[in-house]
Ligand binder design. Structure first.
Ligand SMILES: [Zn+2]
Length: 444
């Protein structure tokens, strides 16, 4: 995470502000821990370590291995028949947004409703709730990609970093950059002002550069671009300017892109990740593999879509059949493109893109369902685990601190019941969560 502070004057102003922040430092990491479990997956190698021990000192891991001696004075956490893993990374979240998914055709209206009725403050408080749910589910880091009001994600990130409330580490994008209309569809001239509450619309390469600089000034530590919005698209010239400006400041770019044209613009411009890419041609996948551009497949299973679409209501057999007919082919295609991407060597980082309410599951629980879609597309449990830990950390530019269980890394550690190398579904049931050496959850 790096915040851009340019002028000396600003440094003074910031440090004056920092000293005015009340002395609520993050919860103290409680000294020394020895965490023991039957298995451990460090996400660095493909092997499982048995009779596993992780030693934690302060906020960091001091040793990882099999049958390590417990130093005197360390607090022992015995987790038994479980698998220890690095804290999960969700590379595509919207913590400041929760929509009703029961009428997908009304999503444009639902977005308008949120922007017109929820202040950024209200959305940041929603983010506090959803962030806590993510953390308790084992997601210790997220990259939050817009739909967060005007810089609400930065406020939430900083509040969590200061220890004001529990939540995951956040890489925040501030408002997404987009062409006219953002993702709202066509609005009346009177309503068009509302777009800027949710998206920064860029018109031309120079405006695109300015938008990146503004985002960095606003506190963004990544840039999100909607390449194919509704109705307009970002051009390749604009995209190249965005990537150039962001990379010059050491900040990565995430591109929402679906279809031949948009994915090609994103890949040609050299973004760091392409989000969704439900439709993407082979030659663009090849370019992604060559340029090491991550695919963040924000996929779902038929069951996920059904649950979100029907909400609390139980559908009739006829409705269910119709729904399945409608979605089956579509989901097969999405699953096929993930298989193609893997075959071509495109790096994969797990991302949920969860922004809809899901009956019977909180945000964290709902976000983990994306792994089931990966499993359906043939990803093996170890591959899913790596996409959800090490690869996410690399994409977020945090590989030096998180993503694997190694000496010197932050103690972001989870434990799931049983053997996670056999079934990635185990990841849905974290019973132990530690973030930065602080125990968040330890269920018997
Ligand atoms: Zn999204």
């Amino acid at each position: 995470m790096q915040r851009m502070i340019r002028a000396g004057l600003l440094v003074l102003a910031v440090s004056a502000f920092a000293s005015a922040v009340p002395a609520q430092t993050p919860p103290k990491s409680g000294g020394q821990f020895a965490i023991r479990a039957a298995r451990l997956i460090d996400a660095k190698s493909d092997t499982v370590i048995f009779n596993a021990v992780i030693l934690v000192e302060g906020e960091k891991i001091s040793a990882v291995g099999s049958g390590l001696a417990i130093p005197p004075g360390a607090k022992v956490i015995e987790l038994g028949d479980a698998t220890l893993l690095p804290g999960l990374v969700d590379s595509h979240t919207h913590l400041l947004s929760e929509m009703d998914g029961t009428n997908i055709s009304l999503q444009d209206i639902e977005m308008l409703r949120i922007v017109a009725t929820q202040s950024t403050a209200e959305r940041a408080l929603l983010g506090a709730k959803l962030g806590r749910e993510d953390l308790e589910a084992g997601i210790t880091t997220v990259r939050d990609l817009g739909n967060s009001g005007v810089n609400g994600d930065v406020a939430l990130r900083d509040a969590i970093d200061r220890g004001w409330l529990p939540g995951p580490r956040i890489v925040a994008s501030t408002r997404a950059l987009a062409a006219q209309g953002g993702q709202f569809g066509r609005l009346t001239p009177e309503a068009q002002l509302i777009i800027e509450q949710e998206y920064v619309t860029v018109k031309g390469a120079e405006a695109a550069r300015e938008a990146v600089r503004q985002a960095l000034y606003d506190g963004a530590n990544c840039i999100k671009v909607i390449v194919n919005g509704s109705p307009a698209n970002v051009t390749v010239e604009e995209m190249k300017a965005i990537v150039d400006e962001a990379h010059a400041s050491g900040v990565k770019v995430a591109a929402h892109a679906i279809g031949d044209k948009a994915t090609r613009i994103a890949a040609e411009a050299g973004v760091d990740s392409i989000e969704h890419a439900y439709v993407v041609p082979d030659d663009v996948l090849k370019m992604m593999a060559e340029k090491h551009i991550f695919l963040v497949p924000t996929d779902g299973t038929l069951q996920t879509f059904e649950d979100m679409s029907f909400g609390e209501r139980k559908p009739s057999a006829g409705e269910k059949e119709l729904f399945e007919k409608r979605f089956h082919g579509y989901l097969e295609k999405i699953s096929g493109r993930l298989q193609r991407a893997r075959k071509m060597g495109v790096p994969i980082a797990a991302g949920s893109d969860m922004y809809l309410s899901m009956p019977g599951r909180n945000r964290g629980q709902a976000s983990l369902l994306v792994y089931e879609a990966y499993a359906e597309a043939g990803m093996k449990p170890m591959e899913i685990i790596q996409a959800a830990t090490r690869n996410g950390a690399e994409l977020l530019g945090m590989a030096d601190r998180i993503g694997t269980l190694e000496t010197g890394k932050l103690a972001d550690i989870i434990a799931v019941p049983g053997d996670a190398s056999k079934d990635a579904k185990a990841l849905e049931h974290a019973k132990f969560v530690m973030k930065g050496g602080v125990v968040i959850k330890n269920e018997k």
